[in-house]
Design a protein around this ligand. Sequence first.
Ligand code: MN3
Length: 212
Amino acid sequence: MAFTLPTLPYAQSALEPHIDAMTMEIHHGKHHQAYVTNANKALEGTRWADADPVEVIRQLAEIPDDKRGPVRNNAGGHVNHSMFWALMAPAGAGGGGVPGGGVGPAITAAFGSFDAFKEKFAAAGTGRFGSGWAWLVFNGEKLEICSTANQDNPLMGKGIAGCEGSPILGLDVWEHAYYLKYQNRRPDYIAGWWNVVNWSRVDELYRKAGGK
Ligand code: MN3
């Protein structure tokens, strides 16, 4: 089956005031939908047409040359956004607070403290010139922070994305993610976003990636 747009796990207005309903409506319904549509178009007639999108971006090097660019951008966009929606929850109702489970202590061990982690992660997001993502990845041994351009994902590998590992937290820093509410103030968007991070989901991804 071709890729489809996942339903948001909450109402479009559920992340307000940190992320406004209009941004969610356009970001999910228009931008993410366009990645889905264009990924399907690029993969039509190939052996990846019915594949798991995560497997598609892991195998990007095997995609024919004439399709690799559109697949990188659009299957990448589909995977990144599908992950992103589930990594958020309404503030105070699953979103925000401090990480617990296994990932909380792992963050403290890797970065010194939760605040030090947040500072370093925010710097990765604000420091990404143009469009891209900030990531927290588990490399099998420890947690690392990195950022990628455009719709690249660490699962594409270091040679393509510039960083690697299993992403367990990702932040969209494209202007389309924040411009309506925050205009050019990306640091304010990131500061607000911490209030809606779904740490249970981060912990779930950490454990799936082999973290303890
Ligand atoms: Mn986006």
